[in-house]
Design a protein around this ligand. Structure first.
Ligand code: NAP
Length: 539
């Protein structure tokens, strides 16, 4: 896109990209400040993650009572959650309710993908190009693309020859797909794979689960929310509204402040049992901090979880395959499950160990490993995402002097608090690398916090900058990266390959994508703002 050659169809103050949790709130906040906002969404509806990930069994692993917006008493009062952990459809309905209630749709261009955004230095504006052909010029560019939006697909050759259906979980067709009686293969056994497998196992004719890494999994307790439970939930809202923003990972619970080594072993066991009974991510997020920092503590908790899992696996030969041994508990995302391990009791469910015998290629009728071929009508890729940088990197974002965001992140993944990047003035990101995000935060909490910071910052710059331009200094950005790495490297997580580090995408520079410590992060953001956006240059 050349700025001179581009026809600019419209000028607006801000462009918001994406209509998920962050994009909807950003549109609402910026519009509320009197800005003329254009929002673009590639999908045909709102929802973001909850629009795209409509695979069987998709649901949140965060409790509904904290997986929502806090900024509006009306929204909190009017929406009635139905399940402790809402399924995709309920969450999507909630986001549609919010869009309607706040009259957001009128400013969103659906079915419109932003393809490029170039900074025009002379005009101090972004020129934003969409696949619709028209360009929009804006002062503030706010991509709200989510950390997990760009599907990662395995590079198995021969896909064009395969005569069956291949689906990535994050691109599930809106009309669904009939799997009844079919021979289905699922590649991937992490958070998504587990949800798909436990959901479809009972209806398919044969299920082949291609597992490379066994994961720890916690049985989810997911009661329906009746009127009485809903009232109790509502009564907790005022407290939760504060707690989520102060907590370590954006939930209504927090880490156990006790020192692991000072707590007797029997008491530790009682603590683990009590946390396990919660049936939630509390087993991870309310545990002792040493569990993710200290090998011995981690080993004890890993053993505890394996013991719980083993008790659910009926076939002893399967236990050795389904129990995780390659990493410690909590050093990769721990899924919640509902009957996952039990589906392997079914005679038509087969576990294929593709660590020992990797998948080599598609065939015309299925998949083949080094030693066997599998005939499959449908292949489901639950193979995750190019997280953090993937979606933003797909856009041709060019800052000062044509600097390409994609190329910069190919060299090194770096941001100033995940909110801005030097060389890209007035570009504000949410869920970007080095801010707390999917790995270490209940997403709606951190997205609301980041949108609020961005909106307040824009408000400040509008009133104080002659040109109304803000950008972090290279020194501040480097300082944030150093601090981020210090926090990350003190944990076992930084030593464990996973999408959290970008190690699932070949060639991606390795760095923990999410900042660890949502409450601390919020304080750091507030501190920067209170000091007149120290570390940022406003002109
Ligand atoms: P993921 O955690 O990256 O898992 C991808 C899976 O695909 C892994 O089991 C991986 O094996 C496997 N895989 C990738 N390439 C493969 C290959 N060539 N051969 C065999 N197996 C291969 O992705 P995800 O499960 O979609 O989850 C991503 C994140 O989304 C989660 O961590 C979570 O943050 C979020 N999520 C949340 C929910 C929820 O809240 N309920 C649900 C789903 C997802 P390896 O482990 O060996 O690489």
């Amino acid at each position: 896109m050349s700025q001179n050659a581009t026809e600019v169809a419209r000028d607006c103050d801000a462009v918001v990209i994406g209509a998920g949790f962050a994009g909807l709130y950003a549109l609402h906040r910026l519009r509320g400040m009197g800005l003329d906002v254009c929002a673009f969404e590639a999908g045909s509806g709102v929802g973001g993650t909850w629009y795209w990930n409509r695979y069987p069994g998709a649901r949140t692993d965060s409790e509904a009572e904290v997986y929502q917006y806090w900024f509006s008493d009306e929204l909190l009062a009017e929406w009635n959650w139905q399940e402790r952990f809402p399924a995709q459809a309920e969450t999507e309905r909630y986001l549609n309710f919010v869009a309607d209630r706040l009259d957001l749709r009128k400013d969103i261009a659906f079915n419109t993908r932003v393809t490029a955004a170039h900074w025009d230095e002379a005009a101090a504006r972004w020129v934003v190009q969409t696949d619709g052909g028209d360009a929009v010029r804006c002062r503030w560019l706010v991509p709200c693309l989510g950390p997990l939006s760009e599907p990662a697909e395995p590079p198995f050759p021969g896909r064009e020859a395969y005569r069956g259906t291949v689906l990535h979980t994050a691109r599930w067709p809106r009309e669904g797909i009939d799997l009844k009686g079919k021979r289905v293969g699922v590649v991937g056994t992490a958070a998504t794979g587990i949800q798909v497998i436990q959901t479809i196992a009972h209806e398919v004719g044969a299920l082949y689960v291609f597992q490379r890494t066994a994961n720890y999994t916690i049985p989810m307790r997911n009661p329906k929310v009746d009127d009485a439970a809903r009232e109790r939930m509502r009564a907790r809202y005022p407290e939760n509204r504060q707690r989520v923003f102060d907590s370590f990972i954006g939930f209504h619970f927090d880490l156990d402040p006790r020192d692991w080594d000072q707590v007797p072993k029997e008491e530790r066991r009682r603590t683990l049992e009590a946390l396990w009974d919660k049936g939630s991510l509390q087993f991870w997020g309310s545990n002792f901090i040493k569990v993710i920092m200290d090998e011995a503590a981690n080993r004890e908790v890993s053993d505890f979880v394996r013991e719980k899992m083993r008790a659910r696996i009926r076939k002893p030969e399967l236990a050795e395959k389904l129990l995780p041994t390659t990493h410690g508990f909590g050093t990769r995302r721990t899924p919640l499950d509902s009957g996952y391990l039990e589906v392997f009791d079914l005679d038509h469910v087969h576990l294929v160990d593709v660590r020992a015998d990797p998948i080599q290629a598609f065939t015309d009728t299925g998949l083949k490993t080094g030693t066997a071929a599998y005939e499959l009508d449908v292949i489901i890729l639950a193979t995750g995402f190019d997280a953090g940088t993937g979606t933003l990197g797909r856009l041709d974002i060019r800052g000062r002097d044509g600097l390409s965001l994609k190329d910069e992140w190919k060299k090194e993944i770096s941001t100033a608090m995940g909110l801005q990047k030097n060389g890209f003035p007035n570009l504000f990101m949410t869920a970007a690398p080095l801010a707390p995000s999917a790995a270490f935060c209940n997403m709606p909490t951190c997205l609301q916090q980041q949108v609020d910071w961005i909106a307040d910052c824009i408000d400040h710059v509008r009133r104080t900058g002659d040109r109304q331009v803000i950008e972090p200094t290279p020194e501040f950005e480097a300082q944030w990266v150093k601090h981020h790495d210090e926090v990350a490297n003190a944990t076992l997580i930084a030593k464990t390959p996973s999408w959290w580090l970008g190690s699932n995408v070949p060639g991606k520079p390795q760095r923990l994508l999410s900042y660890i410590g949502a409450g601390n992060y919020r304080q750091a953001c507030n501190d920067v703002a209170q000091r007149g956006y120290a570390g940022f240059v406003i002109s």
